[in-house]
Ligand binder design. Structure first.
Ligand SMILES: [Zn+2]
Length: 267
């Protein structure tokens, strides 16, 4: 039981303190983002183990690097949000992985591999979605909306492109290589994890195109996912008010994880 081992508790706290300082310094997370990331990291480190924590850190670190590169190359305006991640972003990406670790710990499931697969598919979906967004923004042409395949402006929720899928596949491969290297999962589970991550990422696009709230700016006329644009409250044109990009992320990660477990049980 690693949770009751004081040494592991100490290791977790020291590691989290260091990562918090680095994240603040490099402006990867804002203060509330750091506060939200501490309980999530702590749960995964102490209840799951250091290998599971490394997987989350890998996702977090590489996503942040990808975002920084994109911002340097083409600027921050495409997604109309700051590149410093907030608590909403942290919870959207971290709640499902942390919940899987907690339920695996509480139920003491005999098939530890199922917890590992569900966890890796959750992190895989989050990572695939992030890399798809960042690499997709570098696509030279206009992306297409996943529902009707019409060309849309870059950064539109639900927009897909070949670059996006290359990003998603790359994320899946990275998750597989590291999880296999760390001994969390065996080679037979890797296709399931990649498939579930890509399906999860696609569900994210479908939800983004359908139920996510979209607004039209009253000043510049642009369709945006943020409620406020050009300093004014924008008009809602479609979707549900309470479904923002973070809710969509959370739902897609949950779906990716469930799909991986279903695939493992049925195949
Ligand atoms: Zn505007």
């Amino acid at each position: 039981m690693s949770f009751f081992n004081p040494l592991i508790q100490l290791e977790a706290l020291v590691t989290l303190a260091l990562i918090s300082i680095i994240s603040l310094r490099l402006r990867i997370l804002d203060r509330k983002g750091v506060l939200a990331s501490i309980p999530i990291g702590y749960i995964i480190f102490t209840l799951g183990g250091v290998e599971y924590f490394i997987m989350l850190l890998l996702f977090f670190g590489l996503s942040s690097i990808a975002t920084k590169i994109r911002v340097k190359k083409i600027g921050a305006n495409f997604l109309e949000k700051d590149w410093v991640r907030s608590w909403r972003n942290v919870l959207a990406n971290g709640l499902i992985p942390a919940s899987i670790i907690i339920s695996g710990y509480l139920s003491q499931v005999p098939c530890k591999s199922l917890v590992a697969i569900g966890y890796l598919a959750a992190v895989g979906t989050a990572f695939a979605d992030t890399l798809a967004t960042e690499i997709g923004l570098l696509y030279p042409k206009k992306p297409r909306l996943i529902t009707n395949l019409k060309q849309v402006v870059k950064g539109t929720p639900g927009a897909i492109s070949p670059y996006g899928y290359i990003g998603g596949i790359l994320a899946g491969l990275i998750i597989c290589a590291f999880s296999y290297g760390l001994g969390i999962t065996d080679i037979s589970a890797l296709p399931t994890i990649i498939a579930a991550s890509l399906i999860g990422m696609t569900i994210d696009s479908v939800l983004g195109a359908t139920i996510q709230a979209k607004y039209r700016c009253v000043i510049c006329g642009r369709i945006t996912e943020s409620r406020v644009h050009c300093g004014e409250r924008a008009d809602k044109v479609s979707g549900f008010e309470f479904v923002n990009t973070h809710i969509v992320n959370l739902m897609a990660i949950f779906a990716g994880s469930l799909i991986s477990i279903a695939l493992t049980i049925w195949i």
